[in-house]
Unconditional design. Structure first.
Length: 314
């Protein structure tokens, strides 16, 4: 039996920063409204970079921090819903940017939940002893599919990528991952792309989604601890999906976890979709908050709806 241990993390954010004050000049909104409803004050937006470019930079940093030769990577999984190209997949583009050949590389789309899905797939390969080093990336450039005239969505999202390298180890590691989908609410948040409609645009019924998100994430956190026999005060860190500070606070309250035990990046990143969790995790690791062997829960929800969690010892 092998566990998947995080041995390196990395991130990449576009240079361009868009503040709430910039948005005030673009749509009928205000810094006060955005701060009060979401907690977001700024986000990074690409100029000409793609999701693959961001993913490659985050992956390079994660590999440097893992202190391994990139040639040791056995598998690359990239979670994204905004790939640079439909073909080939983003994983192949990342592999090329890393200058390595031969290892399998593929993409996976579960919207904002993509990184947890990718982590879960990676963990299956490692725990069965099939692969030793796996690169897992979450990357999205939702700015490319946002309607910049729709104030109800354009203020929420940002671009970025986060990556981690997992290594097979005899000590934990990932203790478990828990994945869910339910398409009953498939029209609450969606973007279509057909031959007739070449420019996909995100459509969202925010108020409905807010309620589902709060209920889902509160229950998910409690269920995840229960499944592994932990109590709320065993948890050192919650790394939640960075969509809305109000949703994050509700989940923390339900877990009876003080907010200084919750990694928060939504204020400076906005909702970066599949990049949200790895960006937040990297932030927690880089800042020295998350320490070796601490108990960490990742949890997320997104379009689908999809949702999921992971419990791990860092
Ligand atoms: N600036 C100013 N006013 C606005 C803005 C804006 N940017 N957007 C909406 N409003 C107005 C609305 O028109 C509405 O006005 P009305 O009362 O005159 O009709 C009023 O503000 C309140 O709108 P609500 O939608 O009820 O505001 P709410 O408090 O629900 O906040 C928000 C909206 C922030 C979108 C919230 O519902 C939310 O965070 N929902 C969850 C979103 C989410 O997490 N999505 C990502 C899922 S992850 C993924 O897969 C990508």
């Amino acid at each position: 039996m092998y566990y998947s241990r995080i041995i390196g993390s990395g991130s990449s954010l576009p240079e361009r920063r868009l503040t709430n004050f910039d948005l005030e000049k673009m749509v009928d909104t205000s810094d006060a409204w955005i701060m009060e409803r979401t907690g977001i004050s700024s986000r990074h937006i690409v100029t000409d970079e793609s999701s693959a470019d961001l993913a490659s930079e985050a992956a390079k940093e994660a590999i440097v921090n893992a202190d391994i030769d990139p040639k040791l990577i056995d598998l690359i999984i990239v979670a994204t819903c905004t790939p640079e190209r439909l073909l080939p997949n983003t994983g192949c583009l990342v592999q090329n940017a890393l200058g390595i050949r031969g290892c399998p590389a593929f993409d996976l789309n579960a919207a904002c939940s993509g990184f947890i899905y990718a982590l879960s797939v990676a963990d299956q390969y490692i725990s069965r002893g099939l692969y030793k080093h796996i690169l897992t990336v979450g990357t999205d450039t939702l700015s490319k599919i946002v309607n910049w005239e729709d104030r109800t969505t354009c203020v929420l999202f940002g671009d970025g990528a986060g990556a981690i390298v997992l290594r097979a180890d005899h000590t934990p590691g990932i203790l478990g991952t828990h994945l869910y989908s339910d398409a009953a609410n498939r029209d609450v948040l969606y973007a279509t792309k057909t031959h007739a409609d070449t420019s996909p645009i995100i459509k969202m019924r925010g108020r409905e989604l807010f309620k589902v998100a709060v209920n889902t994430l509160e229950k998910l956190a409690i269920d995840t601890l229960d499944k592994h026999g932990f109590k709320h005060d065993d948890l050192d860190w919650l790394v939640p999906h960075q969509a809305n500070l109000r949703i994050i606070k509700a989940a923390a309250k339900r877990l009876k976890l003080p907010l200084d035990r919750v990694i928060q990046t939504v204020q400076k990143h906005g909702n970066t979709s599949a990049a949200s969790l790895p960006l937040a995790l990297h932030d927690g690791i880089q800042s020295g908050k998350v320490k070796q062997n601490e108990l960490v829960m990742l949890e997320v929800f997104g379009a689908g709806l999809t949702w999921g969690s992971a419990l791990l010892r860092y």
